[in-house]
Design a protein around this ligand. Structure first.
Ligand code: ZN
Ligand code: CU
Length: 481
């Protein structure tokens, strides 16, 4: 008996949230073949790759449940921002925007433009996208949602209203087909101008297709500001009506007037969780990031411009400074900068901690890979949860932190044989040194890789080793089962 890889004397966190144990783990043919506790003798056979972990932590590869890596995994298949953090699976297509199924006659509408330029959208069918990912062979596994806004844009000439019944039929048929081709579910981005006019009945009709085919519903709420409870109610009703599993995306209390309300928000979710399947994701930062939204322009909190197509020389500066230089209001400056991207420092750390530590919450980066000056969550979200919030602040123990990015995520999204270190499971693994682990990406220097990640395996093949991203490209496209 020989193994491709044996990892010895690792502190194994199996993804369940249970206590770690010291074990040897053997990998073969892309799967975890054996796990033997060290105090019972471990694994005597040597592996082709035989690694002495010396007590470092071995966890299931992290699952980034909230990404916008749809086109990134094709155009930049090494996916360095993710693999360097220990992320082995990305779920794309969040916030209502997906690269497929998409047919564009014009430039992509906001915020679909976050994913890429018009000519990069070439996937009229979900199966085209899945095939393109398989051909690109990225370093991470990829699973995909279908975006409600993408479907609206395929079938509606005007996004400033609800879909007509014939448009809705076409959107439903396209969603059904994508689900049959392996999409995980549907996402919506109801806060954005391109989907905000969709009424609850439209969303309900879309979610009904999920009930019929199986699949999850993820939603960027209609608002994350003062009326957040109404928005949560809408999400609960839409998913609950058809008994579809719900994931609330990047849950937050946005805007100074809304700070301190996380307890109320979480209590509403806890009540609902007693009778419907739901979860949420969250990134470990007090700033959000997206396209520059005029409705979010405020003097209350800092807004930082990350890119601007009309005034590229202003990117990398606070909006207030730009407005002052121009001698106009922030709102007028924001109008002049369009289209643009921004980082909004719109949350309180107490709310972030409260939401992140809640048992319903998974970790998702919401990173924006096309942004030239991205929010640091793109390169740092996962190590920040482990190093800053768990190790340094003691917000939760390490096993819980890991569960929130592995087992819990795999369960909520129905990813079979992922998210746990168990015999027979896929060998997506990350080995890290808790003492030196650090999320090095900052707002000022967002493109800095994490420290302390020793090795990352994707389907049994090493894709990251001591600071080097390898060209191993062993990620798979994960079709809904
Ligand atoms: Zn979003
Ligand atoms: Cu998002």
């Amino acid at each position: 008996m020989s193994f491709k890889s044996v990892i010895r004397n690792a502190q194994v966190f199996d993804g369940s949230g249970g206590l770690p144990f010291c074990a040897d783990v053997a990998v073969n043919g892309g799967f975890i073949e054996r796990i033997e506790h060290v105090d019972k003798g471990g694994i005597p056979e040597r592996g082709d790759e035989d690694i002495e972990a010396e007590g470092r932590c071995l966890a299931p590869g992290f699952i980034d449940v909230h990404t916008h890596d749809d086109l990134e995994v094709i155009h930049n298949p090494l996916v360095p921002a993710k693999i360097s953090q220990g992320v082995t699976t990305v779920i794309v297509g969040n916030c209502g925007i997906s690269a497929s199924p998409v047919t564009l006659d014009t430039e992509p509408p906001d915020p679909l433009n976050l994913l890429g330029r018009r000519e990069q959208f070439s996937f009229p069918y979900f199966s085209d996208y899945a095939r393109a990912v398989q051909k690109a062979r990225p370093n991470t596994n990829v699973a995909a949602l279908v975006g409600h806004t993408s479907l609206r844009n395929n079938h509606m000439p005007d996004l400033q209203r609800s879909a007509s019944s014939s448009e809705l039929q076409a959107m439903r048929a396209q969603l059904r087909q994508a689900l049959q081709q392996g999409a995980l579910g549907l996402s919506s981005g109801l806060a954005y101008g391109s989907a905000n006019a969709a009424d609850t009945a439209e969303v309900l009709a879309m979610v009904a297709v999920l009930a019929e085919q199986g699949g999850v519903y993820t939603t960027h709420l209609r608002t994350e500001f003062d009326r957040i409870i109404d928005a949560i109610d809408e999400a609960l009703v839409t998913a609950g009506e058809h008994r579809v599993p719900l994931v609330i995306s990047h849950l937050k209390c946005a805007g100074r007037g809304n700070w301190g309300r996380s307890g109320e928000v979480l209590a509403a979710l806890e009540r609902a969780a007693q009778h419907q399947q739901l979860a949420c994701d969250c990134y470990p930062y007090t700033a959000s990031s997206s396209t520059l939204d005029l409705a979010q322009v405020t003097d209350d909190t800092e807004i930082f411009i990350t890119w601007s197509t009309s005034c590229p020389d202003q990117s990398g500066r606070p909006l207030a400074d730009i407005a002052e230089d121009w001698g106009i209001s922030c709102l007028a400056a924001a109008e002049r900068l369009q289209p643009a991207g921004a980082v909004y420092h719109c949350m309180s750390d107490a709310d972030v901690r409260n939401i992140l530590s809640h048992p319903l919450t998974m970790v998702g980066s919401d990173g924006l890979p096309n942004d030239p000056h991205p929010h640091p969550r793109l390169w740092g979200a996962f190590p920040r949860v482990l190093a800053h919030y768990s190790r340094d602040l003691g917000l939760f123990d390490l096993a819980t932190a890991i569960h929130k990015m592995t087992g819990l995520s795999a369960r909520n999204f129905g990813l079979k044989q992922r998210g746990f270190i168990r015999e027979g499971y896929c060998a997506d693994l990350v080995l890290f040194d808790l003492d030196t682990l650090e999320s090095a990406a900052s707002y000022a220097e967002p493109l800095t890789p994490a420290r302390g990640i020793s090795r990352v395996w994707v389907n049994g093949t090493c894709a990251y080793r001591d600071g080097d991203v390898l060209d191993s490209r062993s990620g798979a496209f994960l079709f809904r089962h």
